[in-house]
Design a protein around this ligand. Structure first.
Ligand code: NAD
Ligand code: LMR
Length: 338
């Protein structure tokens, strides 16, 4: 392939204006890790999103095939593929939103922190590319361990002088998606009608569902609370074990990533009242990063909401979550500073 191969743009048979007529107005989005288990269905779903006009697919392997495949979909976004580090800069230049599902997934018996060794370096180099080529882009970081990779990206951006806490978001939407599903099952509602705030972080006890704040308001027995909290905190492990060594959640994650990216794009477009949970720079607790509900706008995170009233069970959970989170955040920060 030439230095940067492009597909889905124009055959060259007619002037580019013909293509431009039908091209969607919208945002430029890059997916880093686009050939992976999450990356491929995420590319498919983003190609279907009417808010996306240009979709850049970057990976260190297999992007020619994925790009050719996705580019044949008769939706508006123009798709371009980029392969290997020498094409990273072209992949990133001009992007409004960068979604990062690059990195290795868990196998049974592993914690998300066991992925740190490999994924920390991957996130560092991709963040350096973002700081250089699209410092104003909104970043949706999926690569695990999110509790450490978000602080890593923040430190890289600080070093480069480009850090804006409003634009860096760790994706915890899958925890919310799972919480909505499991709660809906227990109370017998359509999951689309359920909204469960999930705060803290994205690993084990740091995943803190606030079942006292579920909408529509409902009450749970202590047994239900134990069951739901455990299932939401261990949803990732449930999938890792079921996949028996072949990976972790990819399809539900791609769904959650698109739900979150679409939320960010609607906010960038100027929609009002756009709210979602995300792991962001925060003053909600004494920790520098924390997941909670945030309001998004044209500049990214415009307001980080406080946790609201917690019951005793949730307060105890919060203390546990903060202890583990503090160590994970520190691990990410010192990976760059030392
Ligand atoms: P995968 O192995 O199927 O795909 C990862 C992709 O990243 C591969 O195509 C690989 O080539 C690519 N990659 C590796 N190094 C790269 C680099 N330097 N630049 C660009 N691409 C690179 O894994 P997956 O199942 O797609 O999971 C990806 C990550 O997402 C894992 O770390 C996983 O733990 C995490 N994850 C997070 C959540 C969440 O809720 N935040 C949910 C599920 C998975
Ligand atoms: C998940 O929650 O599914 C992801 O974080 C992947 C994993 O390792 O559990």
């Amino acid at each position: 392939h030439p230095p940067s191969f492009q597909m889905g743009e124009t055959s060259g048979l007619r002037p580019a204006i013909c293509r431009a007529k039908g091209a969607a107005p919208g945002f430029k989005v890059a997916i880093l890790g686009a050939a992976g288990g999450i990356g491929q269905p995420l590319a498919l779903l983003m190609k279907m999103n009417p808010l996306v006009s240009v979709l850049h697919l970057y990976d260190v392997v297999n992007t020619p095939g994925v790009t050719a495949d996705v580019s044949h979909m008769d939706t508006g976004a123009v798709v371009r593929g980029f392969l290997g580090p020498q094409q990273l800069e072209n992949a990133l230049t001009g992007m409004n939103l960068v979604i990062i599902p690059a990195g290795v997934p868990r196998k049974p018996g592993m914690t998300r922190d066991d992925l740190f060794k490999i994924n920390a370096g991957i996130v560092k180099s991709l963040s350096e590319g973002i700081a250089k080529c699209c410092p104003n882009a909104i970043v949706n970081l999926i690569s695990n361990p999110v509790n450490s990779t978000v602080p890593i990206a923040a430190e890289v951006f600080k070093k480069a002088g480009t850090f804006d806490p409003k634009r860096l978001l760790g994706v915890t939407m899958l925890d919310v998606v799972r919480a909505n599903t499991f709660v809906a099952e227990v109370i017998g509602l359509d999951p689309r009608e359920v909204d469960v705030p999930v705060v803290g972080g994205h690993a084990g006890v740091t995943i803190l569902p606030l079942l006292s704040q579920v909408k529509p308001p409902c009450s749970f027995t202590p047994k239900e609370i134990d069951y739901l909290t455990d299932r939401i905190q261990n949803g990732g492990t449930e999938v890792v074990e079921a996949k028996a060594g072949t990976g972790s959640a990819t399809l539900s994650m791609a769904y959650a990533a698109v739900k979150f990216a679409d939320t960010c794009l609607r906010a960038l477009r100027g929609d009002s009242g756009v709210v979602a949970c995300a792991f962001v720079a925060s003053e909600v607790t004494e920790l520098p990063f924390f997941a909670s509900k945030v309001r998004l706008g044209r500049t990214g995170v415009e307001e980080v909401y406080p946790l609201g009233p917690l019951n005793e069970y949730e307060r105890a959970g919060l203390e546990k979550a903060k202890k583990e989170l503090a160590a994970s955040i520190e691990k990410g920060v010192s990976f760059i500073r030392k």
